[in-house]
Ligand binder design. Structure first.
Ligand code: GLA
Length: 727
């Protein structure tokens, strides 16, 4: 934390603090968060919602809308609030009582940072509560910086990033649940008395079983474009806990932060501990409004190279699995280039000298080409890519190590391990994780990536995989009294590695993969360009999975691939058009052996890729409107993207189940300009099939949005894609 920011200004200097109420309004264009910061008192949370001012807040108070609850309750204050902070001081005292000592405000590029300094009444423990409000996006980040000057370390058992309060009522939450190959499944439930907890305990990846994001609908069941809603995303790649507590008849409270269980974090004196940022957004345009705010924030602020369109790629995994060789890779590159693709990614199976990587039991850590499979090395692959005019990318799993590897032989103490205990193995019955708390391990990973990219500057893309959970609960590097810090320090180590790689290689595209969607989180976002959504590429199930990821993640960050006709995960057989139309709502790619495709299918793929290119900026950078959810059970799903100026849009509709005499709902567009006419062009129409009657029609935004339109979906897995262009 910079000195300038933590410097305490006296209240009299703060233009926005009213002398009487000490209210502080932290605002974005359409929203405001109001805190009350009276010196000598705990910081209070008063209001979060539609934009307001100090005088507006007076009226809200008069209307009884001020919440006035502790903005960052600590354990042991006597008011029994659920704690956001719990510290065991070095004399054994387990209580903390924070009071405001000052407020400062700093103008930043595109945002305003407000810091409220607090201090324990007795102990030299200081907590800065930080709020960054964006000027062009309705997102506020909140976090804390904790430090102390006690004689010995303190143990932080709980150190949330922040908390938010909502008026109790017909309040619903939606959060994301899942498993490998079934990630981001949406759970929607009303809030009742008691505590709802969403938490991750994987250690390394945190997006597979649940997500550190939550959507709160304040006016009854979630609606896409109406009603007040708040979203919160914890910008952290490790274990987290989101708690929504309802223990009084006035409020629901949301707490979000790193999960420190089962041990706390040991904090040395004079060290700043910055909690992960909690990004929150309010919208009165339903959960869709919140999603759009997050998409804008991710693209504009948080994600690496967030405003760029991504390339169309072929990934080798489902096409050949571990069966990598020069001829096969060359063939795949030739095929994807001929279909209009722009990038080829060679997945797992290319590395290992002493221990060849033929399956998932060995070689992790030995990132050297297996010359038996690729006699011309990476040069040979790059030559193929050059020949076909496409880019080349490569798979790595830098945080993992196999016992059967030269790296492990050299550095057995680089793997996480609890002293005196045997290893617990992960994938393949062998996989271990490197101890990223260790600076030597961090250097090794940075050097490996650096050597690869300096030796082969033409490598344009890295798929950075993370297939393992933390299963060995000990760091050979950390001191005995700091073993519990590994859950946090692993991720600080990862951040440091990524920062170093990014500072030298800002242009390379890096995908975050976590054994499927396990690494989809806001924590790694500044270092990665995109995520692999799921190892499940079944277009039908992908409709559900992708619906879930869209709650918080923008479409240009979501890798969505067309795979084999008979899906490898579910065995479902789905027509190629439907598979393309589902993948086209995000960053389109293929994950297939093109050799096995018929000439007719290849022709269709060529056409679909051409069509996708013509709408790519609208899909990847436009505003998303979810229209009919696959979760509604209407047997259809539909969504669209609209450009900021509403001059272009793309509409997608899918038939998920089909039976005779079935009623298909009318489709109502959203986000268009009611006063303009739109010309409709149907895309991805297979050769020999006629486009639907809507193709070529000119219809006003008002009709499309308010009266609706019919989309012919006359069989199971029928789908339609329409481009709408304002005249
Ligand atoms: C993980 C990834 C897959 C693939 C394999 C390779 O499962 O999610 O896409 O890269 O690893 O082993």
């Amino acid at each position: 934390m910079k000195k300038a920011i933590s410097a305490i200004l006296m209240f009299s200097c703060i233009a926005f603090a009213s002398a009487a109420a000490k209210d502080i309004v932290i605002s974005t264009p359409g929203t405001a968060l109001v805190l009350n910061a009276e010196e000598g008192m705990p910081l209070k949370f008063c209001y979060y919602g539609d934009f307001t001012t100090l005088s507006g807040m007076k009226q809200l108070r008069a209307a009884g809308d001020a919440i006035d609850k502790n903005a960052y309750p600590s354990f042991g204050t006597g008011n029994l609030a659920l704690p956001a902070l719990a510290v065991t001081h070095n004399d054994g005292n387990i209580t903390t009582d924070l009071i405001v000592t000052g407020v400062s405000s700093t103008e930043e590029a595109g945002s305003v940072l407000t810091v409220i300094s607090t201090k324990d009444k007795v102990y030299p423990l200081y907590v800065d509560m930080c709020y960054r409000a964006y000027k062009d996006t309705d997102v506020i980040e909140m976090w804390t910086v904790i430090r102390h000057t006690e004689k010995k370390p303190v143990v932080m058992d709980r150190f949330d990033s922040g908390c938010l309060y909502f008026r109790r009522g017909d309040v619903w939450v939606s959060h994301l649940d899942g498993e490998w190959a079934a990630e981001t499944s949406i759970v929607t439930e009303p809030l009742k008395a008691g505590m709802l907890t969403v938490r991750s305990y994987d250690g390394a990846r945190n997006g597979q079983m649940s997500h550190g994001e939550i959507m709160v609908s304040l006016d009854g069941k979630p609606r896409e474009n109406e009603g007040r809603a708040v979203g919160a995303a914890l910008c952290w790649s490790g274990d987290y806990e989101l708690r929504v507590n309802t223990d009084d008849n006035r409020t629901h409270s949301l707490y979000a932060g790193i999960c420190a269980e089962p041990v706390g974090y040991v904090l040395d004196p004079h060290m700043d501990f910055e909690t992960p940022h909690l990004a929150v957004s309010y919208s009165n345009e339903g959960i869709g409004g919140v999603s759009r705010n997050f998409h804008r924030y991710a693209r504009g602020t948080r994600m690496h190279n967030g405003s760029a369109c991504r390339d169309i790629l072929l990934n080798s995994w489902e096409g050949v699995y571990f069966n990598i060789n020069q001829e096969g890779m060359d063939g795949m590159m030739s095929d994807i280039a001929s279909m209009g693709g722009e990038l080829f990614v060679m997945d797992d199976g290319w590395f290992g000298r002493k221990y060849p990587r033929n399956d998932d039991t060995s070689s992790l850590g030995d990132w050297v080409v297996d010359m038996r499979k690729l006699p011309d090395g990476i040069d040979g692959l790059l030559a193929s890519a050059r020949k076909y005019g496409i880019k080349f990318g490569i798979w790595l799993e830098p945080e993992a190590i196999s016992p059967a590897s030269e790296l492990f032989e050299k550095h057995p103490d680089w793997a996480l391990k609890a002293t005196k205990r045997d290893y617990n193995y992960g994938r393949g019955g062998t996989q271990l994780l490197l101890d990223l708390t260790n600076p030597a391990v961090q250097d090794c990973i940075v050097n490996m990536v650096d050597t690869l990219l300096t030796s082969y500057p033409e490598i344009a893309y890295i798929k950075w995989d993370a297939n393992g959970a933390v299963r060995n609960f000990g760091s050979p590097y950390l001191k005995a009294d700091k073993q519990g810090n590994m859950f946090v320090d692993y991720h600080r180590g990862l951040e440091s590695v990524m920062k170093r790689i990014r500072s030298k290689y800002p242009g390379i595209v890096i995908q975050a993969c976590g054994g499927g969607g396990g690494r989809i989180n806001y924590g790694v976002m500044p270092y990665f360009d995109e995520y692999w959504v799921s190892d499940n590429t079944d277009a039908y199930q992908r409709l559900f999975i992708q619906w879930g990821t869209s709650y918080f993640y923008p479409s240009n960050s979501l890798g969505q691939h067309v795979s084999a006709e008979k899906n490898h995960q579910t065995g479902r057989v789905i027509p190629l058009k439907f598979r393309f139309d589902v993948a086209m709502t995000g960053r389109l790619g293929m994950e297939i052996q093109p050799k096995d495709m018929s000439a007719e299918d290849k022709d269709f793929a060529r056409k679909a890729i051409r069509d996708y290119k013509s709408i790519r900026p609208v899909v990847q950078l436009g505003n998303q409107y979810r229209l009919i959810s696959p979760y509604e059970g209407k047997n259809v799903a539909s969504m669209m993207y609209v450009t900021d100026d509403k001059s272009r849009a793309v509409f997608f509709a899918y038939k998920m189940e089909h039976y005779m005499f079935q009623q298909v709902p009318r489709f109502m567009a959203a986000g268009l300009d009611a006063g303009r006419n739109y010309r409709i062009r149907e895309l991805t129409v297979p050769e020999g099939e006629k486009p639907s009657g809507l193709d070529g029609a000119v219809i006003s935004g008002a009709i499309l949005m308010n009266t609706g339109f019919e989309v012919p979906l006359d069989r199971e897995y029928a789908s339609r894609v329409y481009e709408l262009t304002a005249e």
